[in-house]
Write a protein that binds this ligand. Structure first.
Ligand code: CMC
Length: 382
């Protein structure tokens, strides 16, 4: 090998594996899970079915769906030790930190934690996907000084999450919106957190370790944390008429506008388009907060597209319109990224299970730019 190494900063344009799970067409703005378009799935499916699709590679029949829902529902309870941990810590750190820690605690409660057979890993995937929703709901309760609500096994995944968070059965339209948000966030090819999962798993660390790594990677505002940051920006803007000046000033100061831009999409993110559609249909509600947020979001989007859309390929991504939609169903902003993790845990597990079928340690190179053969000088003589 010569010294002329090609460095792909940010690993841009680098392929590291093959996968049959997800296709992101960044030029056409299309997204497919296992061959089904995101428009088709978000219109017709629900999160449990999409999770089955991602894990098994096909849509379930009636019997398979029933059994899968039962297995998800059986895994929703949380151990006492974890509930206590959440109560103790939920107000001391960001919910993503609590979630990450809880995922890494799960082996303590799982007899097959270190069984690396595909069957055990599949069962662990269901455990992680199911329990992560309960963990986030429990964190939300603890942050609001409310007591833990046990899961209701008769409810579906999204409905049960809202029930555990709010202590009452949600309205069907809230469940529908959350289901769609979970579907849209469930999977996105080799994004940073999924790559983080696979890096950890490629060492043959166990599934809990790999998913913990994914949760750590997702937290940052350049990735999953952008949804919370985008809503914070909308609150900072405050009034719709402040939007343009706020954005112009931020861009003049070379700040990034959260919820815009993407490494792969150089056009409108199809997930953002779907969420925007829901937001537009929500605007007629009587919440002043929601109306204001929606107007700010629409004005910011228009300006950003005019300024950076065609010229720089910077368009709204999934995280831009998510905030107001979550607000419409009463989700606090600090739970946005944890909910992203709840959804993405299905994509993370699907990818890890797939990668382990043909595992190879991930170990890239870096070009060394330091010195060599320096003489060691005793500490007192430096
Ligand atoms: N606002 C303003 N300028 C931007 C933005 C933005 N949101 N995104 C990129 N740019 C500019 C950036 O300043 C740079 O300009 P220049 O060439 O003049 O230096 C150029 O576009 C390329 O940006 P980059 O950061 O090198 O691009 P990237 O492909 O490495 O990063 C990104 C992609 C998503 C990290 C970036 O667009 C960004 O930081 N966006 C804001 C954070 C965000 O919304 N993240 C969520 C991504 S989608 C969901 C997910 O994956 O979690």
């Amino acid at each position: 090998m010569t010294d002329e190494h090609v460095i792909n900063k940010g690993l841009e344009g680098v392929y590291f594996t093959e996968s049959a799970i997800c296709k992101v067409d960044g030029q056409a703005g299309r997204l497919y899970y296992r061959g089904y378009s995101i428009e088709e799935l978000s219109k017709n499916s629900n999160f449990s079915e999409v999770t089955f699709l991602l894990l098994h590679g096909k849509l379930p029949n009636n019997r398979e769906m029933l059994e899968f829902n039962q297995s998800m529902s059986k895994e929703r309870d949380l151990p006492e030790g974890m509930i206590s941990y959440i109560k103790e810590n939920a107000q001391k750190m960001h919910p993503m930190d609590v979630l990450r820690t809880c995922v890494s605690m799960l082996p303590a409660y799982d007899a097959e934690a270190y069984d690396s057979s595909p069957e055990a890993n599949f069962r662990k995937s269901v455990r992680i996907i199911s329990k992560s929703a309960s963990i986030v709901a429990a964190i939300g309760r603890a942050r609001a000084n409310k007591s833990y609500v046990a899961p209701d096994p008769s409810l579906g995944h999204a409905e049960n999450f809202l029930y555990m968070l709010n202590g009452e059965k949600p309205r069907p339209e809230m469940v529908k919106i959350l289901d769609i948000m979970l579907i849209l966030h469930a999977e996105h090819s080799s994004n940073a957190s999924t790559f983080g999962v696979i890096v950890a798993g490629s060492t043959l660390a166990d599934l809990y370790a790999a998913i913990t790594a994914g949760a750590a990677v997702l937290k940052g505002p350049l990735h999953g944390g952008a949804d919370e940051a985008a809503l914070s920006m909308m609150y900072n803007i405050g009034k719709p008429e402040n939007t343009e000046k706020y954005i112009e000033d931020a861009l003049a100061g070379r700040q990034k506008i959260m919820g815009f831009g993407h490494r792969v999409y150089k056009t409108y993110d199809p997930r953002a388009r779907i969420i925007k559609g829901y937001l537009e249909s929500l605007q007629t509600g009587n919440s002043e907060e929601l109306k204001t947020l929606s107007q700010i979001a629409m004005r910011a989007e228009k300006l950003m597209i005019e300024k950076l859309g065609a010229s720089k390929g910077i368009w709204p991504n999934i995280d831009f319109f998510s905030g107001p939609v979550y607000v419409s169903i009463g989700i606090p902003k600090e739970l946005f990224t944890p909910l992203f993790a709840v959804a993405r845990s299905s994509g993370w597990c699907a990818h890890m299970l797939e990668y382990w079928q043909n595992n190879r340690l991930l170990r890239p190179l870096e070009k060394y730019t330091g010195q060599l053969d320096l003489p060691y000088v005793e500490i007192g003589k430096r």
